[in-house]
Design a protein around this ligand. Structure first.
Ligand code: PLP
Length: 396
C-alpha cells in the first residue's frame, strides 16, 4: 500500500473522538442482547418526532411540481436565499419587534453548517465556548486551529455563564439560548451584560438561536432585541426544531450591516464566503420555509412545539415532586437534571437503563462541566413520555 505525501490539516488530529452517541448505542445494544424482551423508552433523542405541518408540506409539494413544469422550472437559486424567504424571515423578526433587513439574512441548509462555516471569516482570535454546549462550536474551532477557552456552566450560575472575570480581550464568543443541552435561557439583562462586554472589548458574539420557538415567558427571542447588538453580534437560527425541518434542512444567519472589524463589514466577508462555497438552498425547501414562517405555518408549528413542551412538563412535574435539581424544560425541549446521590453521568445512564429501561444522554458528553448531569428530551410520543415518567417515578 502506498501512502500519500501530502500534508493534512493537523488540527483534525487534535479533535477528541466523540464517543457519546456510539457509546450509548453500544450500551443499549448490549442491554438488548441480554434482555431481548425489554421495552426501552428513549428519552435521549435530539431529533423531532412529529411530521411537518400540513400547510408546510403542501407548499413543498407544490414547489416540487413547479420544478417539473416547463414554464415554472427554476435552476440555481440565489446563493443568499430567494427574496421571498429573506423577506419572510425579516417579517418573522418584526413579529417580535426586531428590525432585520432582508439583505442581512442569509438562508442556508441549517444552523450546524453556518456555525461551522463562520469560523472561516475570522482570524486567529481567542474563542470562548460555553461548557456544556452543543459540540459543533468546539470541534469547528479546533479544526480551524483556534485557541479555545471555556465559559463554565454550573448549578451556581444556572448554566448561564457571564463574562465576569474574563481578561479584556477581543474574543469570538459563542452563546446558545435556549441552550442545548441545559435548556437554560438568558434574560435580556444578562444578554445586555454580554453585549456591553463585546462592545467594550471589540469582541463578536455568535448567538445560536435554534430553539427560539420554544421560548415561553419574558426572554429575548433574538440577540438583536438587545441595544448595541447590531454592532457586535451575528445570529444563527434554524427551522429544524421550530418546524420539524431536521430532515428538510433550512436555517439562516443574520449578519447586521453595521458589524465591522476595522474598515471591513463582516457581512461582506460572509457574502463572499457564501457566494464562493455555497450554491443555495433548493427551491422546494425555500418554499417550505416561507410557508413555515407564514402566520398559518407559525401557528401549525407552534402547536407542535407546545406538544413537546407539554411532554417536558410531565418530566418537570416528576422532578419537582422528587425535589431534584434541574434546568430547562419550560422554554426548551431539554431537561437537564442533576444525577441523584452524587452519581456520575454514565453511572446514572447505566442505572436508568438497567432499572427502568429508560435511555437518556449523559451530560459529560457535552463538556467537562456536564459531568454529574443528565439530559432528558421531550421529543417523543406522549405515551412514551408518560410511560418513561412512570418508570422514573419508581426508581428515582
Ligand atoms: N444549534 C443547536 C444548539 C442545536 O442543538 C442544533 C441541533 O441539535 C443545531 C444548531 C443544528 O441545527 P440544524 O439542524 O439547523 O443544522
Amino acid at each position: 500500500m502506498t501512502r500519500s505525501n501530502i500534508k493534512i490539516n493537523e488540527n483534525y488530529l487534535n479533535l477528541k473522538e466523540s464517543y457519546l452517541f456510539s457509546d450509548i448505542k453500544k450500551r443499549v445494544a448490549a442491554f438488548g442482547a441480554k434482555y431481548p424482551d425489554a421495552e426501552l423508552i428513549r428519552m435521549g433523542v435530539g431529533d423531532v418526532t412529529l411530521p411537518i405541518a400540513g400547510p408546510v408540506a403542501r407548499a413543498m409539494q407544490r414547489a416540487c411540481a413547479e420544478l417539473g413544469g416547463k414554464e415554472t422550472f427554476r435552476g440555481y437559486p440565489p446563493e443568499f436565499g430567494y427574496d421571498f424567504v429573506r423577506e419572510a424571515i425579516a417579517a418573522y423578526y418584526a413579529g417580535f419587534g426586531v428590525n432585520v433587513a432582508a439583505d442581512e439574512v442569509f438562508v442556508s441548509d441549517g444552523a450546524k453548517c453556518d456555525v461551522g462555516n463562520l469560523t472561516e471569516i475570522f482570524g486567529d482570535n481567542p474563542v470562548l465556548i460555553p461548557d456544556p454546549v452543543y459540540p459543533a462550536y468546539l470541534d469547528s474551532n479546533i479544526m480551524a486551529g483556534r485557541r479555545v477557552g471555556f465559559l463554565k456552566g454550573s448549578d451556581e450560575n444556572g448554566f448561564l455563564p457571564m463574562p465576569d472575570g474574563l481578561d479584556e480581550d477581543a474574543y469570538i464568543v459563542y452563546l446558545c439560548s435556549p441552550n442545548n443541552p441545559t435548556g437554560a435561557v438568558y434574560t435580556a439583562a444578562q444578554l445586555k451584560v454580554w453585549v456591553d462586554f463585546a462592545n467594550r472589548t471589540g469582541s463578536v458574539i455568535i448567538y445560536d438561536n435554534a430553539y427560539e420557538a420554544f421560548i415561553r415567558g419574558d426572554f429575548p427571542h433574538s440577540i438583536f432585541e438587545i441595544e448595541g447588538a447590531r454592532v457586535c453580534a451575528i445570529e444563527v437560527s434554524s427551522l429544524s426544531k421550530t418546524a420539524g425541518f431536521t430532515g428538510v434542512r433550512c436555517g439562516w444567519t443574520v449578519v447586521p450591516s453595521q458589524l465591522r472589524a476595522g474598515d471591513v463589514t463582516l457581512k461582506s466577508l460572509w457574502e463572499r464566503r457564501q457566494s464562493t462555497k455555497f450554491n443555495g438552498v433548493s427551491y422546494p425547501v425555500q418554499r417550505a420555509a416561507e410557508a413555515a414562517l407564514s402566520p398559518e405555518g407559525v401557528a401549525a408549528s407552534r402547536e407542535q412545539v407546545s406538544y413537546y413542551l407539554e411532554n417536558a412538563g410531565y418530566i418537570r412535574a416528576l422532578l419537582d415532586g422528587k425535589g431534584m435539581r434541574y434546568t430547562g424544560g419550560d422554554s426548551s425541549p431539554y431537561i437537564w437534571m442533576k444525577c441523584p446521590a452524587g452519581m456520575g453521568s454514565w453511572d446514572f445512564f447505566d442505572f436508568l437503563l438497567e432499572r427502568a429501561q429508560v435511555v437518556g444522554t449523559p451530560g459529560s458528553g457535552f463538556g467537562a462541566c456536564g459531568e454529574g448531569w443528565f439530559r432528558l428530551t421531550s421529543f417523543a410520543e406522549r405515551e412514551s413520555v408518560t410511560e418513561g415518567v412512570r418508570r422514573l417515578q419508581e426508581v428515582l
